[in-house]
Design a protein around this ligand. Structure first.
Ligand SMILES: [Zn+2]
Length: 119
């Protein structure tokens, strides 16, 4: 027999699962924005670097140490971008419990929150 409590708890479960989906979307969007900002920074460093090399060439200056500095910053940006992309993959590949919507790692068999079988 289905009681009123069952109906309410079912509704809560569905709402919970929807909430998880939304937070996954928000998390991925947030990470994508961070990546876009880092890509913008990368572009502006590269642009500045191009100008620097050009001006230095014309003026006959040695700017190799500045170029090294830019390279370090560029590597740093790229590393952060790679990390963020990995995080997006993790968020997307996380297995969600169909009963409670909790996030579980993709090798889990039982849900860590409610214990329901996932696979
Ligand atoms: Zn669960």
């Amino acid at each position: 027999m289905t009681t009123f409590e069952d109906v309410v708890s079912k509704a809560k479960t569905v709402a919970g699962a929807a909430g998880k989906k939304t937070s996954e979307f928000i998390e991925v969007t947030r990470l994508k924005i961070e990546i876009a900002e880092l890509e913008k920074e990368t572009s502006s460093i590269l642009e500045g670097l191009g100008r620097l090399v050009y001006d230095a060439q014309k003026a006959g200056e040695d700017v190799s140490s500045l170029i090294d500095e830019c390279a370090v910053r560029l590597d740093g940006c790229q590393e952060k971008i790679d990390e963020l992309r990995k995080k997006i993959d993790e968020v997307r590949s996380a297995v969600r419990c169909k009963d409670c919507g909790a996030t579980n790692t993709d090798d889990s068999i039982y849900c860590k929150k409610c214990g329901a079988r996932i696979v």
